[in-house]
Design a protein around this ligand. Structure first.
Ligand SMILES: *[C@@H]1O[C@H](CO)[C@@H](O)[C@H](O)[C@H]1NC(C)=O
Ligand SMILES: *[C@@H]1O[C@H](CO)[C@@H](O)[C@H](O)[C@H]1NC(C)=O
Ligand SMILES: *[C@@H]1O[C@H](CO)[C@@H](O)[C@H](O)[C@H]1NC(C)=O
Ligand SMILES: *[C@@H]1O[C@H](CO)[C@@H](O)[C@H](O)[C@H]1NC(C)=O
Ligand SMILES: *[C@@H]1O[C@H](CO)[C@@H](O)[C@H](O)[C@H]1NC(C)=O
Ligand SMILES: *[C@@H]1O[C@H](CO)[C@@H](O)[C@H](O)[C@H]1NC(C)=O
Ligand SMILES: *[C@@H]1O[C@H](CO)[C@@H](O)[C@H](O)[C@H]1NC(C)=O
Ligand SMILES: *[C@@H]1O[C@H](CO)[C@@H](O)[C@H](O)[C@H]1NC(C)=O
Ligand SMILES: *[C@@H]1O[C@H](CO)[C@@H](O)[C@H](O)[C@H]1NC(C)=O
Ligand SMILES: *[C@@H]1O[C@H](CO)[C@@H](O)[C@H](O)[C@H]1NC(C)=O
Length: 739
């Protein structure tokens, strides 16, 4: 099922010409180098320098006499940002929607190939914050509300990134779950919820051998994440989980004294210079840290440990040999910088991968395909895939089909065209997008006439759509990071509500009122209200998410059936925020305390606990074919920590076109365990020709059938009977068994 990280890394060694070292080998080299560094050189490795003047978004001070370059940290989780001639990759949430470890890893590797070619040492990602609330501004950067899916996304992405010798940075530790008040709110998270939900993806990141972890802006339990010994200290969460790399602060996330941070377990501060939101406590070039060591409030042993951890990441991935030098200037992404070389690091393979992930992450929510013969106009086909030969007139409606303003600003804080990614430091450089209208026009050519209304005007849209064989309506919703400009169309990072922007729902309804073959395409960063979905004239709904630069071609692939949709919802969709079990704290007199009293019950887990039936459930997504499931076999062996459960079953393509099924395994614990009713514990991607079948095997490790026991501080398998359900979504159960 999963390659071990070492095995996976070795597989790429020859191709990318670097030597992967073990942590021991890396530490031997790091220790030797540290022994040869002066105090000034050590602190220069641990404090950012040159924010707004050096080339990368984060930089350390080089040690030229030893050949150590400035370590270059660059955004972000969906590709190299603030640089031209790079690929705009799909978001984390779309990658999650593929439910494909293959594509998760391939995306990580492809992004890292571009970072490496640009000379950046550290890719500031993946993000793995749990989507605690559907409106969370940065939810789209990560892999959704489910810890298992988020953990697999983190593991596979990091394995891919580090396979080409680029350091990954697991972020943001931890409970970084809303943008409002993020610079100081205090999340209160109990120990079990932390281990099973919010920390779980970080645990998987550590298992993937991640070289760095970024501590978050917010406080946890009343103490800033970056000087929280419960998170970072010798017996804190990350070291207890076996983390051997270094902890770097989020940009400006350090507060209080240099000793508070260093002694709590923070290894490196970025970006170093004083910025408005805080930071700079290590001093420019690490000057304050040097003083603290000289004054004795930080020991030399701790300083050496910090430096060795930073260098260990660098040596482990062989960055000491043959690594490209930084060849861009992110501080002058407009081209005005003298170092702005814009080496072209794109490739046909990367473009193809972005398109593949775009198609594989499109979730078909509704499809009423009907073919009518013998009408006055001959054969008509409604629904999806579009019958190219029979569609002579088409309308494309909505601003979201258009090319957006690609030079909006560095943070992509505009939503004036198609929404392919949210805004903020997790966004792409957006040099290049193929918007839906262009891809559709290119595909259709002269085989049909296309009427357009590329705005959300409620009169012009229906006017264009009336009487057409098909109307495609594009609608969207966006969110992002609380940034320098803060508010985008009234939304301060987090979304204000679950509505489509610019009256998108009304636009779909207005078009459906005049066209009996209306297909809605939703580009969104997360769940949105789709109260109109049952309208009889809406024959298809595609939730396309935020798919990156090949958004148009990827959509055409799905619309016309070149790609049979296999995307699945990585969250539940419901109309009411109350169905999700959490809220965003918008209004507060000063930094609020956010008590995670819902504990494990977010998203589908909360809905299950309250018997709420969502509009579209977690894991849901239709296909153009049908699949049958059979022959469930469950073998359970061992006890306690040596437990192993192997689940196997057969999936067959019973329809008339080839397709990919995403079987999912949900586990119901014995009642006494106090777990949510069902939790995701397995998924796979099974590509099947017509009539073909395959045996799928999913292994559950001892930990995956345990709960975190607060008393013994260990994963403990509860006594009793577990129920395994296997199916096409959390509700679409096809097979059930027990062990
Ligand atoms: C699952 O576990 C079985 C038995 O422990 C092992 O033989 C098999 O290789 C494992 N399969 C995967 C895909 O990890
Ligand atoms: C590196 O130095 C630390 C601190 O002295 C030590 O604990 C560790 O064992 C050393 N590692 C190696 C591989 O030499
Ligand atoms: C320390 O660095 C110098 C170069 O500045 C090098 O000549 C020397 O061999 C190094 N010593 C050790 C112990 O690595
Ligand atoms: C946070 O506080 C809760 C409640 O006291 C406790 O269970 C948990 O272990 C604390 N977490 C950390 C990382 O200190
Ligand atoms: C991108 O790379 C091409 C070479 O492939 C080069 O001609 C072009 O100037 C670069 N673009 C920018 C903006 O630097
Ligand atoms: C339309 O399709 C949906 C699912 O895609 C299905 O639930 C519904 O019954 C269909 N309605 C008709 C009239 O076929
Ligand atoms: C695109 O955005 C930039 C920066 O905000 C602005 O200066 C420019 O006028 C915009 N272009 C269009 C066509 O709106
Ligand atoms: C849909 O509308 C078209 C005219 O726009 C009409 O020819 C066709 O019969 C209608 N089909 C259904 C199923 O209502
Ligand atoms: C469906 O579309 C047809 C036009 O094809 C229209 O006459 C009819 O009123 C629409 N139905 C609804 C429920 O809006
Ligand atoms: C947080 O919620 C828990 C569970 O309801 C409660 O026991 C605790 O007192 C609350 N803490 C604060 C500071 O409100």
């Amino acid at each position: 099922m999963l390659l071990t990280p070492i095995y996976a890394l070795l597989a790429f060694t020859a191709v990318h010409g670097f030597t992967l070292r073990t942590w021991d080998q890396a530490y031997a080299l790091a220790n030797a180098t540290v022994a040869n560094l002066t105090l000034t050189e050590k602190v220069g490795l641990l404090a950012g320098v040159g924010q707004f003047s050096s080339r990368c978004v984060g930089n350390t001070t080089p040690v030229s006499r030893l050949g150590l370059p400035a370590i270059c940290f660059q955004d972000g989780p969906a590709g190299v940002r603030l640089v031209k001639n790079v690929t705009g990759f799909p978001t984390g949430i779309n990658t999650a929607a593929t439910f494909s470890r293959r594509l998760m890893q391939a995306r990580g590797q492809a992004m890292a190939e571009e970072f490496r070619a640009k000379g950046a040492h550290v890719l500031l990602g993946p993000a793995m914050d749990i989507m605690r609330n559907p409106k969370a501004g940065r939810g789209w950067e990560s892999f959704g509300p489910d810890p298992y899916l988020n953990g697999e996304g983190a593991f596979s992405t990091i394995t891919g990134i580090q396979s080409v010798g680029v350091q990954a940075c697991a972020k943001h530790l931890v409970a970084n779950n809303q943008e409002h008040w993020r610079y100081g709110l205090s999340a209160l998270v109990d120990d079990r919820t932390m281990h099973e939900l919010y920390f779980y993806p970080f645990l998987r990141a550590i298992e993937a051998g991640v070289t760095s972890i970024m501590c978050a802006y917010n406080q946890l339990n009343g103490t800033s994440s970056c000087h929280n010994a419960g998170l970072l200290g010798p017996t804190g969460l990350v070291r207890s989980a076996g983390f051997q790399g270094y902890v770097v602060s989020d940009w400006g996330a350090t507060h209080d004294s240099v000793a508070d941070n260093a002694n709590a377990g923070l290894d490196m501060e970025q970006p170093g210079d004083n910025i408005v939101i805080g930071g700079g406590v290590f001093g420019t070039g690490g000057g304050n840290l040097a003083s603290a060591v000289n004054g004795g409030s930080v020991t030399v042993a701790r300083l050496n440990q910090m430096a060795a951890r930073v260098l260990a990441g660098y040596y482990r991935l062989g960055q000491d040999s043959g690594y490209p030098t930084v060849n861009f200037d992110a501080q002058h992404s407009d081209g005005s910088g003298s170092l702005n070389l814009h080496v072209d690091v794109r490739s046909a393979a990367h473009t193809a991968l972005v398109r593949e992930i775009g198609g594989a992450s499109a979730v078909l929510l509704k499809n009423n395909r009907t073919t009518t013969t013998g009408t006055a106009t001959g054969v008509t086909t409604r629904g999806l895939p579009l019958a190219a030969a029979r569609i002579k007139t088409m309308a494309v409606v909505g601003q979201d089909a258009l090319l957006p303003n690609l030079s909006c600003n560095d943070l992509n804080e505009c939503n004036d065209g198609t929404m392919s990614i949210g805004w903020g430091s997790g966004s792409n450089s957006l040099q290049y997008i193929v918007p839906p209208i262009t891809a559709i026009q290119n595909f259709v050519g002269t085989s049909a006439t296309i009427a357009t209304s590329l705005s959300n005007d409620l009169s012009a849209g229906p006017a264009a759509a009336k009487g057409k064989d098909v109307a495609l309506v594009f609608v969207n919703a966006m969110s992002g990071e609380l940034g320098a400009y803060d508010i985008v169309v009234g939304n301060m990072g987090d979304r204000n509500d679950l509505d489509l922007w610019y009256k998108g729902g009304s636009l779909v309804e207005a078009v459906a009122a005049v066209c009996n073959n209306t297909i809605a395409v939703i580009h969104s960063v997360g769940p949105v209200s789709v109260s109109w979905s049952a309208h009889p004239n809406i024959t298809g709904i595609i939730y396309a998410g935020a798919p990156g630069e090949q958004t148009g071609p990827a959509l055409v692939d799905v619309l016309y059936g070149a790609v049979n949709p296999s995307g699945r919802l990585p969250f539940s969709i419901d109309e009411a925020e109350a169905s999700y079990g959490t809220t965003i704290v918008y209004n507060s007199l000063g930094f609020p305390v956010v008590n995670y009293t819902e504990q494990l019950l977010i998203d589908y887990r909360y809905m299950d606990s309250k018997a709420i039936t969502p509009h579209y459930e977690f894991g849901f997504g239709l296909s153009y074919t049908t699949f049958t499931y059979s022959a469930l076999k469950i073998t359970s062996s061992g006890t306690g920590a040596s437990s192993a459960v192997v689940v196997s079953f057969t999936v067959a393509n019973s329809g008339s076109v080839a397709g990919t099924e995403i079987p999912q395994l949900y586990l119901a614990y014995p009642t006494s365990a106090g777990e949510p009713k069902r939790v995701l514990r397995g998924f796979d991607e099974v590509k099947l020709a017509v009539g073909a079948s395959a045996t799928v095997t999913m292994n559950l490790s001892a930990r995956e059938i345990s709960t975190w026991d607060v008393r013994s501080q260990a994963w403990v398998r509860p006594a009793g009977t577990f129920t395994v359900t296997v199916g096409a979504s959390i509700k679409d159960v096809r097979l059930t068994g027990t062990f």
